[in-house]
Design a protein around this ligand. Sequence first.
Ligand SMILES: Cc1cc2nc3c(=O)[nH]c(=O)nc-3n(C[C@H](O)[C@H](O)[C@H](O)COP(=O)(O)OP(=O)(O)OC[C@H]3O[C@@H](n4cnc5c(N)ncnc54)[C@H](O)[C@@H]3O)c2cc1C
Length: 116
Amino acid sequence: VKERKAFGQPVASFQNTQFKLAELATEVEIGQAFVDNLLSAHVNGEDIVSEVSMAKYWASALQKRLTGECLQLFGGYGFMKEYPISQDYADAAVPPIYGGTNEIMKVIVARDLGLA
Ligand SMILES: Cc1cc2nc3c(=O)[nH]c(=O)nc-3n(C[C@H](O)[C@H](O)[C@H](O)COP(=O)(O)OP(=O)(O)OC[C@H]3O[C@@H](n4cnc5c(N)ncnc54)[C@H](O)[C@@H]3O)c2cc1C
C-alpha cells in the first residue's frame, strides 16, 4: 500500500487505508492476547474448552476477514496469483473449517452457556 498509487497518491496515504490497517492491527493484538492467555491457562491445567472454542472460531474468522480486507487494498492485483495476498486469502478459507468448523465451536460455547 505504500508503493501502489491511485489518483497520484500512495494507497497508504488515504485515511480509509490507515484506519482499516489500524483497526486490523488492533484486532490482531486482541487475538494474540486472548490466545496467549489461553496458552498460560492450558499450561496451568485449567479447563478452557469453552474459551478455546471461542478463540478458534474468533481468530480464524478474523484471519479470513483480515486477508479479505488486505486483498481489497491491493485492488485487482490482489486477485492475481503472483501476489502472496492472493494465496493468503485462499488459505484463510480453511481454518474456519478444519479442526472442527466454527459453527461447531459456537455449539460448544452455547452448550457451556447452558443454551443447548
Ligand atoms: C485442509 C483440511 C485438512 C484436514 N485435516 C484433517 C486431519 O488431519 N484430520 C482429521 O481428522 N480431519 C481433517 N480434516 C477434516 C475436517 O476436520 C472436517 O472437514 C471438519 O471437521 C468439518 O467436517 P465436514 O467437512 O464433514 O463438514 P460437515 O460436518 O459436513 O459440515 C458442513 C457444514 O455444516 C455445518 N454443520 C454441521 N453440523 C452442524 C451443527 N450441528 N450445527 C450447525 N452447523 C453444522 C458445518 O459447520 C459446515 O458449515 C481436514 C479438512 C481440511 C479442509
